[in-house]
Design a protein around this ligand. Structure first.
Ligand code: UDP
Length: 384
């Protein structure tokens, strides 16, 4: 069986890597990997971390390319790959333009589509944009839906889709645990990650990421304002790995140039970022994957969005939805920093067994459903 996984962005690489690795252990499967180049710079790190190399590498990005043009070119280019690779099945992950293009190209060639991380919803058509539309459209084309949580499965059930739905946990948590184990086993890697952070003694680490398209403009400036307010505390060091988007980099640089304890840095490689999350006293983010990983690590998170497709963390009290209002962000951050709690890791998004369950589903075997466990696991330790 030829199974073609298609990825474009950093989170797709992180979350598909454990699945492709598990497929490679199936004697009757030939796993193939195609990249669209949607996040060409950000994807190289995670791919090499997991020892993956693409079989097809489409270089589809153009400066300032509108999403519709990328989608059209990606469908056409992936269609050519389908003709060459002759896969029996295509695997897509999440809700990116790449995932929508790959599902569409496969659907039109009548090649079955498996959707990893199926069933996430905000029910707001434009938040996140265009991801909410992408994932709903992919669900119509897939025949195997790998829902990370019981909530995601229930949401799919309400849509009366075709095919089978499995609850697997999120394969991003498999990847997180692999990185955690590598950090634990490799003191030099850990030391390098710690040196990259360079947190002055006595300071607490606040880790920030923000890149959602719908936050560009005023909401992003409001996030910068909140970070500037938080930086007035002399007991924090704020590290903000910025997506390489010139508009974001320039806006953050301008807004935060007077804050010496705010460090705007290039995206961290996966091991360094996992190390930073593990050791962070507080995480501010609009990223989906970071919300999941922070819950697994038991680190407190403020979600810089008005809606989230990951309400499980909010319900479990591990994350707080604060939107982008500077005062609200700063107040919530102050509360969490002033009353630090012990790490409360929770297997609400996954337990590290998602890839095994996904491969069982792909192979037509029985799948033992993932059952979330809200709290109680020992904190993950990566710092020696
Ligand atoms: N990540 C990383 N370096 C960074 C920031 C994030 O390796 O500087 C990882 C993070 O651990 C997670 C993934 O990138 O696995 C999340 O990607 P992103 O926030 O771009 O996407 P989203 O999850 O919002 O779709």
């Amino acid at each position: 069986m030829r199974m073609l996984a298609i990825a474009g962005t950093r989170p797709e690489a992180v979350k598909l890597a454990p699945v492709v690795a598990a497929l490679a252990r199936e004697p009757q499967v030939k796993p193939l990997l195609c990249l669209t180049g949607q996040h060409r710079d950000l994807i190289a790190g995670p791919l090499s971390f997991f020892g993956l190399a693409p079989d097809f590498d489409l270089d589809l990005m153009e400066p300032g390319q509108p999403i519709g043009r990328l989608l059209g070119r990606a469908i056409a280019a992936i269609d050519e790959v389908l003709v060459k690779a002759r896969p029996d099945r295509v695997i897509v992950q999440g809700d990116t333009t790449t995932a929508l293009a790959a599902a569409t190209a496969a659907f039109h060639r009548s090649i079955p589509v498996a959707h990893v991380e199926a069933g996430l919803r905000t029910y707001a058509a434009r938040a996140p944009f265009p991801e909410e539309m992408n994932r709903r459209a992919i669900a119509l084309m897939a025949d195997l839906h790998f829902a990370p949580t019981p909530l995601a499965k229930a949401q799919l059930a309400a849509e009366r889709l075709n095919g089978r739905v499995f609850v697997t946990g999120n394969s991003g948590i498999d990847a997180l645990f692999m990185v955690r184990d590598r950090l634990a086993a490799d003191p030099a890697l850990r030391a390098e990650a710690e040196a990259a952070l360079a947190i002055p003694p006595g300071r607490r680490l606040v880790l920030v990421t923000a890149h959602r398209r719908e936050s560009l403009g005023a909401p992003f400036l409001a996030i910068c304002e909140a970070v500037a307010a938080l930086a007035k505390r002399d007991d924090v060091e704020i590290v903000w790995p910025l997506h390489p988007n010139p508009a974001l980099t320039a806006a953050a640089g301008e807004a935060l140039r007077r804050a010496p304890n705010v460090r705007l840095v290039a995206p961290l490689d996966l091991a360094a970022f996992v190390h930073a999350m593990t050791r962070a006293d507080l995480i501010l983010t609009d990223s989906g994957g970071v919300q999941e990983e922070a819950a697994a690590l038991g680190r407190p998170v403020l979600v810089l969005r008005d809606t989230t497709e990951r309400p499980e963390g909010i319900a479990a009290g591990l994350a707080t939805l604060v939107g982008t209002d500077p005062e609200r962000i700063a107040t919530a951050a102050t509360q969490l920093l002033d009353a630090p709690a012990a790490p409360r890791p929770a297997d609400i998004y996954g337990d590290g067994g998602a890839a095994r369950r996904i491969v069982d589903g792909l192979m037509g075997r029985d799948v033992a459903a993932f059952a979330p466990a809200p709290a109680g696991r020992e904190p993950l330790r990566t710092i020696g």
